[in-house]
Design a protein around this ligand. Structure first.
Ligand SMILES: *Cc1c(COP(=O)(O)O)cnc(C)c1O
Length: 352
């Protein structure tokens, strides 16, 4: 927990640490573990996913432009639309599932493509390898928000992305008890040095205890994520056949538009596993969706995802008037409870 470290008699710091904001042994362990999980050269951790996103976005620099997934996390959208213009950075949004749209969205000053796949809450799938190629051919970098993908199921760097970004508050923390973020880098180069500098000079660093909590959670990350993905698929299949449900958004379903791509990009144990988040649309719109969410007993009505407890959320009312979420849409963040209990809970909530 120390914030300061003893200097050597000769004034040096041969033991590696001088002040907690610049570096701490527990944080160093977490950063090493996260980099190795996704085949990165290095990583930097932050006090939140939001701080990790901004650390990468700010590298675009004044006069530059970033092209981002149109249905990206609403907090990222706020950064793109409100914070970046104040830093002299232009941002525009595009459907990153459509490469032609991405190509025509590129500008002379585009320096970064920001992709979120699967996206939120519609679980659309973008082709990381194709976007990396397009980015590099045009002198840009590719950053992928891999929060939904998790280090267990999706390795953006192996498809050519330069950065993989996480809200560790979600699957990495996994117990809804720690806020954190991480940037994993393909190369430890001068560009990543800007992210590191933002970490220590910007100061949005995680505490040693927060790092310890995340290290503890990494031990069970593969077990949790495999169970969450397996349960999400079963629940998606159940909902797809339910008469009160008009549409299910889950890339694990064979009729989802991104299914084939997701099956290539998201895998564990040699099998496609498409993550623990899905959404579905209740017939009857907002009022019907709200009443389903009101009746669940096991699914907790709360925002966030990636924890061991299952959550249900009406996205449109959380995101506000500019939300792209359909009014009847409910998002499920599947936890690790017994899947039969989860299924009966949805069944009774939909039946009444
Ligand atoms: C939650 C989330 C973030 C922001 O992370 P915080 O830890 O809440 O700051 C960014 N991207 C995605 C996809 C998220 O789900």
């Amino acid at each position: 927990m120390s914030t300061t470290y003893e200097r050597d008699a000769d004034g040096g710091y041969r033991r590696g640490y001088e002040y907690g904001r610049n570096g701490n042994p527990t944080r160093a362990l977490l950063e090493k573990a996260l980099a190795s999980l996704e085949g990165g050269a290095t990583s930097a951790t932050f006090a939140s996913g939001t701080a990790a996103c901004l650390a990468v976005l700010h590298t675009v620099g004044p006069g530059g432009h970033v092209l981002a997934t149109e249905d990206c996390y609403h907090g990222t959208l706020r950064q793109l639309q409100e914070l970046l213009p104040e830093m002299g950075i232009e941002a525009s949004l595009v459907d990153t599932t459509d490469l032609d749209s991405v190509r025509s969205g590129l500008r002379d000053n585009t320096r970064l493509i920001w992709v979120e796949t699967p996206s939120n809450p519609l679980l659309r799938i973008s082709d990381i390898a194709a976007l990396a190629k397009l980015a590099h051919e045009n002198g840009c970098r590719l950053a992928c928000d891999n929060t939904f993908g998790t280090p267990v199921l999706q390795h953006p760097l192996s498809f050519g992305a330069d950065y993989s970004v996480h809200s560790s508050t979600k699957y990495i923390g996994g117990h809804s008890d720690v806020t954190g973020g991480a940037v994993i880098a393909a190369r430890d180069d001068g560009h990543f040095e800007k992210v590191r500098r933002w970490q220590s000079k910007g100061g949005a660093v995680p505490s040693p205890f927060d790092c310890w909590l995340q290290l503890r959670s990494l031990n069970t990350l593969p077990l949790r994520v495999r169970q969450q993905a397996a349960s999400a698929l079963l629940l998606a299949e159940f909902l797809q056949n339910h008469e009160r449900v008009s549409l299910v958004h889950y890339p694990g379903l064979s009729d989802h538009s991104g299914h084939a791509l997701a099956a290539r990009q998201m895998r564990a144990d040699e099998q496609p596993r498409c993550g623990g988040v899905l959404s579905f649309e209740v017939r009857g719109g907002e009022a019907a969706a709200m009443s389903v969410a009101a009746r669940t007993q096991l699914f907790i009505r709360a925002t966030s995802l990636g924890g061991v407890e299952s959550l249900i959320e009406h996205r449109a009312s959380v995101e506000g008037p500019d939300s792209k979420a359909p009014p009847g849409l409910l998002r499920l963040a599947v936890g690790i409870e017994h899947v039969e209990d989860l299924r009966s809970d949805l069944d009774q909530a939909l039946a009444r």
